[in-house]
Structures are given as structure tokens and as C-alpha cells.
Design a protein around this ligand. Sequence first.
Ligand code: NOJ
Length: 692
Amino acid sequence: MEFRSIKRLEFNAKFVERGGMYSRICSPLFALMFSFLMAPLLGAAPDESPPVSLLSPDGKNSILFELVDGFPEYRVLHDGVAVIDSSPMGFTFKKAGSDLGRMMIAGIEETRADDTWTQVWGEKKEIRNHFNGVIVSLKEAEGPGRALEIEFRAFDDGIAFRYTYPQQGEGDLVIMDELTGFNLAHDGQAWWIGAYQDNRYEYLTTKSAVSDIDVVHTPLTIKSDSGLYLSFHEARLVDFASMTIRRTDGCSLKADLVPWADGDRVKTDGSFTTPWRTLQIAEAPGDLITSYMVLNLNDPCVIDDTSWIQPHKYLGIWWGMHIGKYTFWESPTHGASTANAKEYIDYCARFGIRHLLIEGWNKGWTPAWYENAMHMFSFTQSTDDFDLKTVTDYARQKGVKIIGYHETGSNLINYLKQVDEGMELYRSMGVNDVKIGQVGSRLNMTEWHHGQFGVNYYRQVLKKAARYQLTVNFHEPIKDTGERRTFPNMMSREGARGMEYDAWSEGNPPDHTATIPFTRMLSGPMDFTPGILDVSISQGYEGRDVHTTAAKQLALYVVLFSPIQMLADLPENYDGHPALPLLQDVPVDWEDTRVLNASIGEYVTMARKDRHSDDWYLGSLTNEAPRDIELPLSFIDAGSSYEATVYGDADGISWSQRAAEVIVTRQTVESSNTLVLKLAPGGGAAVRFRKL
Ligand code: NOJ
């Protein structure tokens, strides 16, 4: 458990008299802070309040907080290098006279934790939560004397802070702006997706100078000219608007809260706690990937019995609709017919893939289902050619579980009227997992997905699903801010351009999957739906194909973490394929994760250890450039031999030529060996290390 409130330090005479004690009971890391506090400051005027300094446990990350003319500001340094120069903090409110005036520091509370907790599932089993923190209590120096708390935490992998505005009897309070600034000390390269766009996060990542960005989603990833790698995001987004980041001038950025349709940013009852504003700081890009700070800033699991939450791989009646082989709606080529579902269940049983997603089984689908309109899907009535009970009974006999599907079309008025019945129907049929879609540019055609309305909607549905013992896979979600720690039934989500874009658009370019591990994936698991081995999409729309080699598709199972992973291709394309054993074997729940090499947008190699065996798996992928990757195998156990099965690109291929050719080779290796992988342009490789 996190150890909070070591002591409360009030600025009173008693504190100053006992000043000598603090060097004994406080960690040396707080020495700087307390040297300021020792100053004769009682009853200090706002501009005389002392700065507060906080150091991470390894002493590298520091936060300096101070009141400048009575208004809060902070700075961040890493190893003496300025990361964020003095930047403002605070809010503006809607009601006249509500904005806080000049403040003084009324109290300081030191917090600290060093504990380890176990993920129900994840990319690493045991997570260390290690930080030094401080809660600064501010009070208006004049007038009503209203209070505001700012809580800071310094971790070895970054810093975070949040605000708490206590209830002080002012009635409803509407936030119109959050003043938090991120005035970067250096320019740098930024990887970003523009905010306030109709397709939410489903855009390709733009790379530009920080000084050229406009208003962007988080995670915002930056390679600073100082040499550091930074990721701005937020953690524990609950009952608040999502934070996007707007550039105001030069390299000065600020929080930009996604508004309601009426322009309000956050509606409160007079008190609120913001999400954590997070900044991960790394000396190598791979260290952003193995930072668990965002999870650490979320509340522990609130679900007592998590035995029904099962990571899994799945087939789907899905790709067929996206490539035009089947329809979502009733037609002679309807994907979700009882007969087709039985065939897919047979494939699942044969391949040992124990879950099957079925989309389009319910009434309400039309050829124009994706158009922005208040579509009226039913969540209980099957199409005439589909019988849910027959299908779930058949699946049960075959040892397969059906994954339910709710496409809301963003008509939440319609969905929320039926959600209980829809979830109860699944529960009664033994379904434990549901994918929930929110296609549309606005919720109910009015609200941004990322506004407070949307944030509360997704949380409400997630909690409801937990009551029906359903895990959730949100498509068209809001960004992940680590809620899987609190609600581990929050398995995965979309929130980026996934595989489907290769089916019906110009496609995802080869560098897409070399970029998102350092951007989108920092927020949490993604249901990318990899595994297309027929990369030329021979049964699909003319002129569409996948812009990777087939071996790179295999690498994605290791590189793009998700506790649920689809084998997205048509099942007949797996039948007898030499890569099928990898797809059958590759785990979705890991003991540990290592990033072996990385360059944002160019290449990445990751090794993960299976949580339930001694085996390791490795995924390596590249952008358009071919690469020979040399990998010292020091991550596997010294003194043990492993059978390494390499699923790699055939010689001479590329993502646009003979891309489907996968070569499987085997060798015995030890930790002292170096493995060389030859990645084709747009290619990749997956390796299974089986301990002998
Ligand atoms: C978009 C989702 O990303 C996709 O997975 C789903 O099949 C369609 N919407 C239909 O709901």
C-alpha cells in the first residue's frame, strides 16, 4: 500500500521551534525543501512563501514549486538539466469572483512510497511503486481565504502532479480553463496526433518540431534537444475532461481541457480532484515503454474476485466484413449467420483458440451503419439468420467462448436504455467478454468522446460490465490513463489506427507500428487486431493490401501489448500456415518486458517472458528500411539452453513484394549467444525461446 501522510507540517510556531528534528526524521532528499522551510516565514506574505523542492528516489528528477507574486508555478529538472521552465498552475472558473486570488502556503505534507503490487494481468507481473511526494496546501492570502491543494510526486521515471479543490461551500463550480503550463526548456522532435478531430485518435502520427505543434492529444512524445525522451500524459482520468495539450508560443505548451458542447470544460459540485498530469522522463526511448508510472498513479484494483477476467486470443467474424467478403447486416453474405458462426467455432476448436468475436449478429445494422447518425441498434434481438443460444451452446460444446459485441454508433441514449438487458443476455449465455464500439464523431451527435460527458459514460459502462462479470474492449474509446489497474476488466481498447485501416483505406504505412509503441501504446493496451498473413488481401477489395510483411504481423503480438489479441485474418488463411504454431503459442500475459533496442518511428525489438512458463518471446520490427539486428541474448537464463524458433522474413522480400513469405528456422541458443535477425523493408520477426 502507498504510504501517505507521513506527517503534516503546519507553518506554526511549534514547527519552527522543533525545526531541529526534521533533519532526523526526513529523508535527506527533502533537505533542500526543508532548508527553505526553516526560513523565518510564519505569516509570510504570498510573495515571501518559500520554494518547495522535491527529488525522485534516485535523485535525478526534481520538481521546484513556488508562489510567484502569490500564484503557483513549478519547474522540472532531470539530472540538473532543465526540462520544464517556470510554468503556471491553477484554473479559471465560470462564475464571476470564483478565480482564486494571491495565495500563500498554508501547509506541506510529505508523502512517500516504496512498495510492489501484482498486476492481475499485464506486460509485467510485479510493479514497483517508488516515489517521493509532497502535498502543498495553498490558501488565498486575502478575501475569502479559499484553499487549493497541489500534490506532487517525483518518481525515477518521471514526475506527476494533481490539484484538489476542496468543497468550500461555493455551490456548483464550472472550470473554464486549466492554467497548467508545460514551458519546455528545449525544443525537440515531437510525435503527435492532433486533437479535436472527428475520427478521435484514428490518424497517422505527425512528427514535427515541438515549436510547430498546434493542439494535440496525449500521450505526446518528445525527443528533446537536451537528449531526453519525454511523454506528457495523464493518469486516473475520472469525472473530468481529458487533457489535450496546446502550444501557446515557442516551446510553451499548456493544458487544454476538452469542452462540453456548451463550452464548459468541467462541471463540478464545488469540489474536484484532477487527474494526475504526468511527464515520463527517460534517457533512452525504450525506457518510456517500461515506465509504469501511469499505472502507479491509479487506484488499486476494486474487483475482489478477478478469476473471471481471462486474457485470451480470439478469432473473429470481423476481417471478412472489413475487406468486403461479408456484410455486417443481413444479406446473402451476412457474416454473423448461425451457420458461419458454427464454422468459425470449429476453426477455433481446431486451432486451440478459445474465443470467438461475432459482430453484426443483432438487429440495427444497415449498409450505412458507419454514417454519423443516431442509429438504433438492438442489443438483444438477433438477426433472422442468427440464434445466439444455438451459437453459444455449440461453442460451449466445443470448448469455445463467444465474445459479445455492442456497437452503439455513439447513440448512447439508445444504448443506455438497453445496456442492462444486453449485458444480462450475455451473462445468461455464458459470455464473459464484450467489445463495445462508439463509432461516430460525437457522442449523441453532440459531445466529444474525450469531454467529461464521455469520460463519465465510459466509466459508467465499465463499472456496469464488471457487475455482469464482463470484460470490456472499447473501440472508439477515450484514451487509457491506467484504469485497468483499478478495473482489470478494462482489457483493451482501440484508440489508434488499427489493422482495419489496411482493409479499406490507403492503409497504415510501414513506420506506423514502429511509432505507436512510443506514443499510443504508452497509455495502455491496444486491440490492434494483428495477424493478417494474407497480406495481399486476396479475398478483399481491389487495390487494398497490408503494408507489412507477414512476419512483421507476427512481431506485433510481442511488440503491441494487449491481454487480448485477435488472430484477425480469415481462419482459412491460418489453416496449415507455418506461422500458426507461433500464433497458438504466443502468450498474452507476461512476467516481464524488456526493450532491447529502439528508435522512434524506425525500429523496436522487445522481449517478454511468459507469465506461465519459462519461455521468452521476442518481436522485432522495422519501418521501410531493411535492417540486420544483432541481439545479445543476455535476457534468457544463464546456464540454460533454449530452442529458438525464428519466424522471419524470407530473403529478398519487402512489404510490397512477396510480403507473405515467412521463413521458420530453429536453433539451440544460450544467453551468451548473439542472434542476428534480417528484417526486410517493412518487415519483422518473432522468436519463441523454449527452455530445454
Ligand atoms: C470500428 C471498429 O474499430 C471495428 O473493430 C468494428 O468492426 C467496426 N467499427 C464496426 O463496429
